[in-house]
Design a protein around this ligand. Sequence first.
Ligand code: 2AL
Length: 244
Amino acid sequence: MRIRVINPNTTAAMTASIGAAARAAASGDTLIEAVQPSFGPPSIEGHHDEVWAAAGVAEQVRLGEAGGADAHVIACFGDPGLHAARELARGPVIGIAEAAFHLASLVATGFSVVTTLTRTCVIAEHLVLQYGFERRCRGIHGTDIPVLELDDPRSGAFERILDSAERALAQDRSGAIVLGCAGMADLCASLQQRLGVPVIDGVAAAVKLAESLVSLGLATSKRGDYAAPLPKTYAGWAQAMSPR
Ligand code: 2AL
């Protein structure tokens, strides 16, 4: 099967590392196509970045549908454009935050999220409420590491995330840690080893859920609000995105 993994930001190095994490999680016969939008922010660290990233996700889902993708993964922890993507797609569309919340809830009664900038915590809080995980998510913790510094050894990202996760487990009485950024995927195994609790990377979680849904023959429901967007002509520079 073909899974289109969309990095909603425009940083090619991050698309490559997300693609590597997705391939490491995928089954041998799954083809991972890692892509990014042709426009938009280099990292997603707030509400304004998210608006533009969501439009970029819509662009990439349209291209993926034209190219015959079996499923799409939205590889940013704010799940930007998730519902719009489900309107556009035939197959499943999985956001990494929703995927991680589901898997964390299967291995612990409560989990904590460790994310990047403290200002993004409210975005994760909104998703927890929207998806109905407020009885499982016990805390959301910012590390104040900018997204594009996660893979810079000078940022001390690993130690800072480890420290934040250790404090979160104790303070929140949580049994698992959810990593709150697609750029943390490569730290997951080492963090799990050091912390001794399940650590969930949303990229791997979303790929495995997408594979499961496709194998089970489960696609996005086209009844109700996930039906294809109504055909109309959008004005101005958005005209190319008009639903047909
Ligand atoms: C993210 C993410 O996953 N990708 C990105 O650009 N920003 N999330 C975050 N909480 O900073």
